[in-house]
Write a protein that binds this ligand. Structure first.
Ligand SMILES: *Cc1c(COP(=O)(O)O)cnc(C)c1O
Length: 394
């Protein structure tokens, strides 16, 4: 199995590693041999798989999760003057699409246990200008999604599910991707399944699905966009994009989807190893899970206890990296990113819980075939770096 992150011959344990088998390689080769590299049957198959798995009528494959969210907001008619409520504790791609359509993000703080938006604060953030809520299953945790659905329904605004970190998770038996009016998955190599690059919109709203298909392919007429041979191929009804997913990427996705249950189980197993090794560590807070949630592990993120500063956490991460243990600060708050500060004047203290959490997180190496020995090595190195930081504190 190839590993794009590790340098050969080292003992490096990467932060993530795609799980590609001979079956994926074979499927990609078959597409290459077929001569049909885009707009073909393999993407349609992948779209059907994702739609079925998430309880939706339609899947619209696209070039990335970001492109999918961009199209979702366009299809919902969101634009300048509109507000979209979302979380500041996420990868930046969950908020940027709001700016891409010219709307204004309205951040709300998170629940310190689940790391998803606090539903009471979502409710309070809604104004007459709110046109959507974008909710993220942070790190694959579906907590509060039933509450978001209720709030969206009450205020008659669409819930957009950014489920890019969450394929396979469920809340009270309801699969993620099925909560919102529209949902978006991402398939970058560190996600649960990968297509290299790619994304997928899911919805049961036929009009939205058709609009997204048109937006994905240069604004071609809805209902006509699938076929390059169709008479309307050079008719463009609206400003569109090229956000298509190739057959090559889709072939990867089809095989990864067939393996999804196996992949989720493997990730669950690795999360359990980490929990065993780190339970009871006095300085480490482990991810918590509500009993009604089935997590689909995207990454394994622990937190240092409240006594630690961001600078101390950063030195611990640097120490892990120096010892060839992949590690990162998932995620710096979106509102404190330089261009968000510039655009909206955000400052430290605006979203105190998200900031406090974000300043103490440490993402640890996490991939499907991680061994007990590797987990043990990561945990020992983490413990060593924490102890060293404590010593230098005096
Ligand atoms: C990965 C991710 C995305 C989309 O990422 P792409 O790289 O564009 O596929 C969007 N939102 C969140 C929360 C993500 O983690």
């Amino acid at each position: 199995m190839s590993n794009q992150h590790a340098s050969s011959g080292s003992n490096e344990i990467p932060l993530s590693r795609p799980d590609i088998t001979e079956a994926e390689i074979e499927a990609v080769s078959a597409v290459l041999r077929s001569g049909r590299l885009s707009i073909g049957p393999v993407l349609e198959q992948f779209e059907k798989q994702i739609a079925a798995r998430t309880g939706n009528d339609y899947g619209v494959g696209c070039s990335s999760g970001t492109a999918g969210l961009h199209m979702a907001l366009l299809a919902l008619g969101i634009g300048p003057g509109d507000e979209v409520v979302t979380t500041p504790f996420s990868f930046i791609a969950s908020a940027n699409p709001i700016l891409m359509v010219g709307a204004t993000p309205v951040f709300v703080d998170i629940c310190p246990k689940t790391l998803n938006m606090d539903p009471a604060l979502v409710e309070r953030a809604i104004t007459p200008r709110t046109r959507a809520i974008i909710a993220v299953e942070t790190f694959g945790n579906p907590a509060h999604f039933d509450a978001y659905v209720q709030i969206a329904r009450k205020h008659e605004i669409p819930l957009v599910e950014d489920c890019c970190e969450a394929l396979g998770c469920a809340l009270r038996g309801r699969a993620c991707g099925g909560f919102g009016r529209i949902g978006v998955f991402g398939f970058y190599p560190n996600k649960q399944i990968t297509t290299g690059e790619g994304g997928m919109i899911v919805t049961s709203d036929k009009r939205l699905a058709e609009l997204c298909r048109s937006l994905r392919s240069q604004g071609r007429p809805t209902g006509e966009v699938a076929s390059a041979g169709s008479v309307n191929w050079l008719q463009h009804e609206r400003l569109g994009y090229n956000f298509r997913m190739s057959e090559i990427n889709a072939a990867l996705g089809v095989v990864q989807m067939r393996r999804l249950d196996e992949i989720i189980e493997k990730r669950q197993r690795v999360s359990e190893m980490y929990t065993r090794h780190l339970a009871g560590h006095p300085d480490v807070i482990l991810p918590t899970l509500e009993p009604e949630s089935v997590m689909s592990w995207f990454v394994f993120v622990v937190r240092l206890t409240t006594g630690y500063t961001a600078a101390e956490r950063d030195r611990i991460i640097a120490g892990l990296q120096r010892h060839e243990v992949g590690s990162r600060d998932y995620f710096p708050c979106i509102h404190l990113q330089p261009f968000y500060r510039r655009l909206f004047g955000y400052k430290v203290g605006d979203y105190p819980i998200a900031e406090a959490v974000s300043s103490r997180t440490i993402a640890l190496p996490f991939f499907n075939d991680m061994s007990e020995r590797e987990v043990d090595h990561v945990c020992r190195t983490l413990d060593l770096m924490i102890k060293r930081e404590g010593l230098s504190r005096g």
